[in-house]
Every structure is written in structure tokens, then in C-alpha cells.
Design a protein around this ligand. Structure first.
Ligand SMILES: [Zn+2]
Ligand SMILES: [Zn+2]
Length: 418
């Protein structure tokens, strides 16, 4: 049975609040910053584990098929080339682009594989009421971290854009892995929304409960564990560990401002070569031409593919730029202890977390096009060095958003109100 936690601390603004009742449908939101505190699961609590386990097993089968078969096949001038996910990674490795190869491997194969096998390892014994397996809290921690790096929905958008772009120069035939990847994307979304994480933590560590407020002395500092969200007491003098998952607990993310500032500066520096250097190099009939991100968007807009141009403009130019601007704004306002619109700034923070991954679309498109158009003497597409810089900008801005602690926005407000 799902246990509702009556008292919880908002993960976005740090306000301690009581949940008096769970609404029949929908979610409980923080009264100060509108963050979702608890959500009613779609699946009955008694069936949640069994239901998620079935989804995980199906998703694993889909993941295997998606990696064995090609995604799309291209036929042109009597040549036939098929692209698999592994094929794209291998192509990048053979072109000495290890960073991009690693990034594509992590976001499309590695992260979903770790996520699904990790969940299978924990859910299988739990479903049959066996003892939770060895290192279950650590493995579940890893599953939760790796989930941010699984980008199948972005890959699907990248494949669709590539299909439209490729169909202008060759016959494109969708292959079996395209359909299994689409299904896999839906199954992973269902697993994330249906798994009752609070109940799973209770099964993994059944004897550990959140601190009881009535028994606390006045002035005791409380915080939620970053990993499992258990409400714990924290010692101001020495390092504390979460009693449930053993993760180190901190009142605020350690060194948040410094880490986030360093990552934003590094991303801003790389943003320049990412936009000036070509992300794709096309050799056609002996003539070599490099395409930067903006060139690619302008070309699509002028050749009549306006919707595609808009998608790529939003994903590759608008999203990284707005993300760097928002993160700089958040860092500056927190540094100067600004009281300006904390709720709206928290919304902006959530926006950066949500949109960051979509910039990967361009990387997926460039890699797929390059892996598929390799017709020696006629047309060869290669991934340009700008794509490496662009990939680094995406990773650094994602890490910067993860390093930023949104509760810092509200800390100044609390000091003012005291
Ligand atoms: Zn809040
Ligand atoms: Zn914990």
C-alpha cells in the first residue's frame, strides 16, 4: 500500500509543508512555488510493482530488437546503406570523434540499458516478496541518475528530421528498429510515470521511516535526501548520511553556485566554435562544403522545409542560447541575493531542466546523415568538428542545470521574512 508522507519538504523551494489529503485525481503542489510534491499513480498501488515489471521486461526486448536491426535504409544510385544505432557509434569512432561516439552511445543505448536492467534486478525479487537484492539502494540511485541521460524521445525527433532531409536526396525506407524504438520510447515513459518510487523505496528499505516532527527538538535542521526524498535530520557540524539509501545529505547542493558558474562559463566559451565551425561537411562531385548550424537552418527555410527549419532553429539555436541566458540570470540574482520574483525564477529553472536535452536533435541528425550518405565518388557526408563543440555545450548546460540548487533562490526570501 502506498504510504502518503504527511510532511515533506519541497525539492524546489525547501518549504516544509503538510499534505492533509491526496486529491482523488491529479497532484499535490507546493503552496509557494507550485512544484509537484506528490502525484497520484495511474495504477493501483497493489499492482504497481507487477505492472512496472511487465513494462520493464517488454521494454528490454524492444531495446534488444532496436539494436539488432537497422533504423532506416537509404537507396540511391544502386547503393543501399542501412543505419543501426551501433553503426552510428562505430562510424564516429572510426572518424576519431570519441566524445560524440560516447555521447550517442550513452544517450541511446547505455542509459536505457542500465535503466531497464537496474529496474529488472530490483523489481523481480520485490515482486515475488523476496528480500531486496544486494546493493539495491545503490543500483536504484544509479537508475535515477542515468534516467536524465536517456534521450530516446529526442532521438526519435532526430530520426524524423533525418528522414525528411534524406528523402530529398535518396529513397528512404523505414526499417524495423524505427518502430521498436518508437514503442520503446512510449514504454519507458509509462515506466517513469507508473512506478510508485516512494513505495519501491519502502520495499527496498522497509524498516526506515521519515523523522517524526513531534519528537524533534526545536531548532533541528531538516532536509530531504537528494536521492530518495526521505525527510531526515541534518547535523550542521558534520557530514550526514541518509538512513534509507546511504547517500550523503546536504542542506543545499554542495558548492552549487561555484560549480554551476564554472559549467556555464565553459559552455559559453564552447558555444562560439559550436556556432562558427561546420557541424556537417558535404563532399559532392569533388566539391567540399561545410555547413554550420545556422547555415543548415537557413538552407532548410529557403528550400521550402519551413516546419523542419523551425524545429531545428528551436532545438539548436533558441534552446542552448536561452538556457545559457536563464542560468546566468539565476546565478547573478542568487549571487546578489535578489528578492525579484522568486516563483517566476523557479519556473525558469524548471524550464531549463526540461528543454536542455532537446538540443541533442542536431547531433542525432548529423550522425545519422553521415552514417547513411557514404557513396564514394558521388556524395559523402561527414560530421564536422562544430558538432563536437555543440555536443559539449549540451552536456555542460545539462550538468550546470543539475548543479544549480533552486532552493538558493528562496533562501534570501526566508532571511528577509525572519
Ligand atoms: Zn516549493
Ligand atoms: Zn536517501
Amino acid at each position: 500500500m502506498t504510504q502518503y508522507i504527511p510532511v515533506t519538504m519541497c525539492h524546489d523551494c525547501g518549504l516544509l509543508q503538510q499534505i492533509s489529503h491526496m486529491p482523488e485525481d491529479g497532484a499535490v503542489q507546493c503552496c509557494r512555488c507550485d512544484a509537484t510534491l506528490r502525484k497520484r499513480q495511474r495504477v493501483e498501488p497493489a499492482k504497481s510493482i507487477e505492472h512496472t515489471l511487465a513494462l520493464v521486461i517488454t521494454a528490454l526486448v524492444l531495446l534488444i530488437i532496436s539494436n539488432v536491426y537497422p533504423i532506416i535504409q537509404v537507396e540511391t544510385e544502386g547503393h543501399e546503406i542501412a543505419a543501426t544505432l551501433f553503426g552510428c557509434v562505430k562510424y564516429l569512432l572510426s572518424n576519431e570523434m570519441e566524445f560524440l561516439a560516447g555521447l550517442i552511445f550513452l544517450t541511446t543505448i547505455g542509459a536505457p540499458l542500465i535503466q531497464l536492467t537496474g529496474l529488472l534486478y530490483i523489481l523481480l525479487p520485490v515482486n515475488f516478496n523476496r528480500m531486496p537484492p544486494y546493493y539495491a539502494p545503490q543500483i536504484y540511485h544509479l537508475v535515477r541518475i542515468i534516467t536524465s541521460w536517456s534521450m530516446l524521445e529526442v532521438l526519435m525527433l532526430g530520426i524524423l528530421v533525418s528522414v525528411v532531409k534524406l528523402s530529398a536526396m535518396a529513397t528512404v525506407v523505414p526499417s524495423i528498429a524505427l518502430w521498436t524504438l518508437a514503442l520503446l520510447m512510449i514504454f519507458i515513459a509509462a515506466i517513469l510515470s507508473d512506478l510508485d518510487t516512494e513505495m519501491l523505496w519502502e520495499k527496498i528499505s522497509p524498516r526506515i521511516r521519515a523523522v517524526e516532527l513531534e519528537k524533534l527538538k526545536r531548532g533541528t535542521q531538516l532536509t530531504n535526501c537528494h536521492n530518495c526524498h526521505l525527510l531526515c535530520t541534518i547535523s550542521p557540524t558534520h557530514e550526514s548520511c541518509c538512513p534509507r539509501c546511504n547517500a550523503a545529505i546536504h542542506f543545499r547542493k554542495p558548492d552549487s553556485l561555484n560549480r554551476c558558474t564554472a559549467l556555464v562559463i565553459a559552455a559559453s566559451v564552447l558555444y562560439i566554435p559550436a556556432n562558427l565551425l561546420p557541424v556537417m561537411v558535404v563532399t559532392s562531385f569533388g566539391k567540399t562544403e561545410g555547413d554550420t548550424i545556422i547555415n543548415g537552418v537557413i538552407y532548410l527555410a529557403t528550400s521550402g522545409d519551413l516546419p523542419l527549419a523551425i524545429i531545428l532553429f528551436i532545438a539548436s539555436i533558441f534552446v542552448p542560447t536561452i538556457k545559457l541566458i536563464i542560468l546566468s540570470l539565476l546565478l547573478t540574482t542568487v549571487h546578489f541575493k535578489s528578492e525579484w520574483r522568486p516563483r517566476e525564477r523557479t519556473y525558469l529553472y524548471r524550464l531549463t531542466e526540461f528543454i536542455g536535452r532537446w538540443s541533442m536533435v542536431d547531433i542525432f541528425v548529423d550522425t545519422l546523415m553521415a552514417a547513411l550518405i557514404q557513396i564514394q565518388g558521388l556524395m559523402v557526408i561527414e560530421v564536422g568538428v562544430g558538432a563536437v563543440a555543440f555536443g559539449a555545450v549540451v552536456v555542460l548546460t545539462m550538468l550546470a542545470a543539475m548543479a544549480f540548487d533552486p532552493r538558493l533562490i528562496w533562501d534570501n526570501m526566508e532571511k528577509i521574512n525572519e
